[in-house]
Design a protein around this ligand. Structure first.
Ligand code: GDP
Ligand code: MG
Length: 714
């Protein structure tokens, strides 16, 4: 019996998947043609379906035989135990796969507000992003946040309206939220086919094709006017609108639309439309919006086509155009993770030239040479060794001893190339004390903390020089919880954790100026360093600025002095919190003996600390900007919750359905706020918070804070 058109399409689809599975073995290492590489990120609010969409993409690409489910804890990209237990993404995971003739490096990012830095450093090296929107909820709070981050980095985007299978999902209403809340200039691409409240297929108005599921199999076929009647007509309307929107920004399209194809938009060649859309996406003029259901495996094949058709190739990307491309290596390290067997693994984006295992390279940010032991193609937690990686690629490298997030790598010191900008890491707002479960585990804890801080630049570990007490600082309660859980589960460490407390700041309230002499006898030699400093309060300075007056000092000595002053400023004189709003000037500097930089640094730190102890200082508490989105019905619960936390309400906006509440509160009140609001609103409130500024803590409260830090409660 002759197979039907639909059956033929299903067979073709199966063959493509099988070919991709087989082809992977030879193709993955041969993608020298960087025009065919796409480096993309998946971004969105928590639960929109980023991980599920990634899983479905891997399935279509033939990388996995069966789709894992977030709720069963067996997806490829949520591979950490903390992620599988909680069903949320904590760290961004990289996967690479082939799609048709393209090679895609994809990063699945976390959506929770505590992991904003994790998203930002991934976005920094990506050329394009797929933003996922839950079709039943439209744009949510964290989507706004990541959208703004993508705006800042000018990342071209496409949107996938997911969960179209859920009752109440609405593609067109979701598009309205994109336009209203994100001010996105959207381009409607699809038409969802929902019959009897069940989502079946997606039709694409550019290619005039339709895809869906028949039993377990995906079919994909051309739209036929006679078979698909109404759907065909709907797509013609969408196509017409799309061409008109493109005509507004592309004269060539306008000319063709008014001329050669004025009588029938169906005749307008889709390849011309696609190249115009691609240009508009690259210039951030338009955002194509697609739809489907990753969970039900509908529409993600079209999404993959859109990724390759519309998102930029390496040579068109923002980050590649920021360097002078040549055959010399320029690479950017954007992430470090600790692998149980491989040790520290550094993820890099190669912007120019190539990197080869065992060939020495130069870390221009740290001014030191490094030698990669091995280079790997990454598939979540699987590592496949490759001998080299070329321009445009994202790979993992082992053997780099000191390279950290934000470092620029060159072929050699002689290259003298530029050092790329790095993302700024906000200061942590919470901390807790941490102690090893037994004296024998103290060393192991120290090693684990070093590993964890190299992995996550938004974590800080501090040890008090006098008490020896170690503290762990992070961005939020979930961030800290997961960190401690990782120490226990992943590193098998017993440790005692103190309660989560606020990471305050300190500042100087009065000016001081003095000169001091530091003298130390070491190995029969006396080191003699004299330093004159002035310390001034300056609210315009974010943290601490260190400047030199007209003094002649070699670059090495100046750096050693700066390091020492910075060390002292990291631990203020009142409670040991970092100083902010402080300006320090080095007025005079004399190094009488030939002292090594470590001694100069120690001298500068010692003298700065002494001077700080003689000034008047104050303690500052971070103030959080709070933004809650909820429905009209839940607004009273949200307001009650904010009142309980002594928040000041600044504004309530929105209509009867959606309310936006802006408020501010000191960070000490915010402990437990996220879970309280979740409970009181039964999960119907979206919360985002960020540090907005600082207020000074009254002097009478400082003693109470000091006692609390020592574990004495009043
Ligand atoms: P992420 O936080 O954005 O990575 O979202 P996940 O992929 O972890 O998905 C969150 C929840 O939504 C999980 O329970 C998924 O099973 C579910 N989900 C994801 N995509 C879909 C979809 O297309 N349809 C439905 N009905 N549920 C989905
Ligand atoms: Mg996820």
């Amino acid at each position: 019996m002759k197979p039907s058109v639909k059956q033929t399409c299903i067979m073709t689809h199966k063959i493509v998947r099988a070919a991709l599975q087989f082809g992977r073995r030879w193709y993955s290492n041969q993608h020298e043609n960087y025009a065919k590489i796409r480096n993309i990120g998946i971004i969105a609010h928590i639960d929109a379906g980023k991980t599920t969409t990634t899983e479905n993409m891997l399935y279509h690409a033939g990388k996995i035989r069966r789709m894992g489910k977030v709720d069963s804890g067996n997806t490829v990209t949520d591979y950490l135990p903390s992620e599988r237990d909680r069903g949320i993404t904590v760290q961004s995971a990289a996967v690479s796969f082939d799609w048709k003739k393209y090679f895609i490096n994809l990063i699945d990012t976390p959506g929770h507000v505590d992991f904003t830095i994790e998203v930002e450093r991934a976005l920094y090296v990506l050329d394009g992003a797929v933003a996922i929107v839950d079709g039943t909820r439209g744009v949510e709070a964290q989507t706004r946040m990541v959208w703004r981050q993508a705006d800042k980095l000018q990342i071209p985007r496409i949107v996938f309206v997911n969960k179209m299978d859920k009752p109440g999902a609405d593609y067109f209403a979701s598009i309205t939220t994109l336009e209203n809340h994100l001010l996105a200039n959207t381009l409607i691409m699809h038409y969802p086919i929902i019959n009897d409240n069940e989502f079946h297929c997606v039709a694409d108005a550019v290619d005039m094709r339709i895809t869906g599921k028949e039993g377990d199999d995906v079919f994909e076929t051309e739209l036929d006017k006679h078979v698909h009647n109404d759907i065909f007509d709907e797509c013609v309307i969408i196509r017409k609108n799309l061409i008109e929107k493109l005509s507004d920004i592309d004269d060539d399209i306008a000319e063709l639309y008014l001329g050669m194809y004025s009588d029938d938009v169906c005749k307008f060649p889709s390849n011309i439309l696609k190249s115009s859309i691609s240009k508009a996406v690259m210039n951030n003029d338009l955002v194509p919006v697609l739809c489907g259901s990753a969970y039900k495996d509908i529409g993600v094949n079209f999404l993959l086509d859109a990724v390759t058709d519309f998102l930029p190739a390496h040579y068109n990307s923002r980050i590649a155009s920021s360097v002078n491309v040549s055959d010399k290596l320029i690479a950017y390290a954007f992430k470090v993770i600790h692998h149980k067997q491989l040790g520290p693994v550094v993820f890099i984006r190669v912007l120019s030239g190539s990197i080869h295992s065992k060939n020495m390279i130069y870390n221009a940010s740290k001014s030191e040479e490094e030698t990669p032991h091995a280079i790997f193609r990454v598939f979540a937690d699987e590592y496949q060794p490759i001998s080299n990686a070329c321009e445009g690629d994202i790979v993992a490298v082992t053997g780099l001893k000191n390279t950290a997030t934000g470092d620029t790598l060159h072929s050699s010191k002689k290259d003298n190339g530029n050092i790329l900008d790095t993302i700024s890491i906000p200061q942590p707002v919470y901390f807790c004390t941490i102690e090893a479960g037994s004296p024998t585990e103290a060393k192991a804890l120290e090693i684990c903390l070093t590993i964890i801080t190299r992995e996550d630049p938004s974590i800080q570990v501090k040890t008090d020089a006098t008490s020896g007490q170690t503290t762990l600082c992070g961005m939020g309660e979930l961030h800290m919880d997961i960190l401690v859980e990782r120490l226990r589960k992943e590193f098998n460490l017993k440790c005692y954790i103190g309660p989560i407390q606020v990471a305050y700041r300190e500042k100087v309230n009065s000016k001081i100026k003095d000169s001091m002499v530091y003298e130390k006898k070491l190995l029969e030699r006396t080191h003699n360093i004299s330093l004159a400093l002035s310390i001034n309060p300056n609210a315009k300075v974010d943290d601490c600025s260190i400047k030199f007056s007209n003094i002649s000092a070699s670059a090495d000595i100046a750096k050693a002095v700066k390091d020492g002053i910075r060390q002292a400023c990291a631990s203020g004189p009142l409670l040991g919190f970092p100083l902010i709003h402080t300006e320090i000037k080095v007025l005079d500097l004399k190094v009488i003996t030939k002292s090594p930089p470590t001694i100069i640094t120690a001298a500068a730190a010692c003298m700065t600390t002494e001077l700080l102890q003689r000034t008047q200082c104050g303690v500052l508490e971070p103030i959080m900007d709070i933004h809650v989105i909820t429905n009209g019905e839940r607004l009273p619960d949200v307001l009650k919750c904010l009142a309980q936390k002594h928040a000041e309400i600044l504004q309530i906006e929105g209509d009867a359905q959606e309310k936006h509440v802006s408020a501010t509160a000191p960070v000490s009140e915010m402990l437990g706020f996220a879970s309280l609001i979740r409970k009181m609103s039964s999960g119907n409130a979206d919360l985002t918070m960020k540090v907005a500024g600082y207020v000074e803590v009254p002097d009478c409260d400082i003693e109470r804070l000091r006692n609390r830090m020592l574990g004495v409660y009043d």
